[in-house]
Design a protein around this ligand. Structure first.
Ligand code: PRP
Length: 190
């Protein structure tokens, strides 16, 4: 789609998008498929869906609205430090869960997994609380720089290691509220 068409359809933020990688329709269709699978796997289990703020907001919301069985939701917030972009980063918990999860079925929801360091740290913390089960559901998987291999029970899309924004993914906190995933133009990357 040309820039003018993108802006007409999605507003001024879309002027910074070079190309749509995953469309709004593709995202919603895949989320419906994942939701159907989760509904069938978790019927009668009353799972807790745990999201990591902030990028997961739209995925978690759309996913839950497509799951017609009782589920609870809770959130974690973390900050990450890294001496380089991807290596040696470590995670600090800024906000813990509101409720205990011992003996509960936990579905851990992430918008994107890249190195796997954040997920690895948080899964360890949740496992120590002895949930009945603990599985991972991620919408966007960036496999190229994975440092820790973590089984992903539900996965939306593999995406390339390019600078993508939208549907929760940001650049300097901007563009999260685009309903698709797009490549950011080089000139918008400052
Ligand atoms: C994203 C995502 C994960 C983390 C994954 O969060 O939500 O928490 O990065 O990266 P990793 O696999 O390399 O550890 P981000 O730091 O972008 O924060 P945000 O959700 O507030 O955008």
């Amino acid at each position: 789609m040309k820039t003018n068409d993108l802006v007409n359809k999605y507003g001024e933020m879309a002027a910074d998008i070079g190309e749509i990688i995953i469309s709004e329709d593709q995202i919603q269709k895949r989320i419906q498929e994942i939701a159907d699978q989760i509904t069938s796997d978790y019927r009668g289990k009353y799972p807790v869906m745990v999201g990591v703020l902030k990028g997961v907001l739209f995925f978690m919301s759309d996913l839950m609205l497509k799951i017609p069985i009782p589920v609870e939701m809770d959130f974690l917030a973390v900050s990450r430090y890294s001496s380089e972009a991807r290596s040696k980063s470590f995670v600090r918990l800024l906000k813990d869960l509101d409720t205990p999860i011992t003996n509960r079925h936990i579905l851990f929801i992430e918008d994107v997994i890249d190195t796997g360091l954040t997920l690895n740290y948080l899964l360890k913390s949740l496992k120590e609380r002895e949930p009945a089960s603990l599985e991972v559901c991620v919408l966007f998987n960036k496999p190229k720089y994975r440092l820790i291999d973590i089984p992903l029970k539900y996965k939306g899309f593999d995406i390339p290691d390019r600078f993508v924004v939208g549907y929760g993914l940001d650049h300097k906190e901007k563009y999260r509220n685009l309903p698709f995933v797009g490549l950011l133009k080089a000139e918008a990357l400052h």
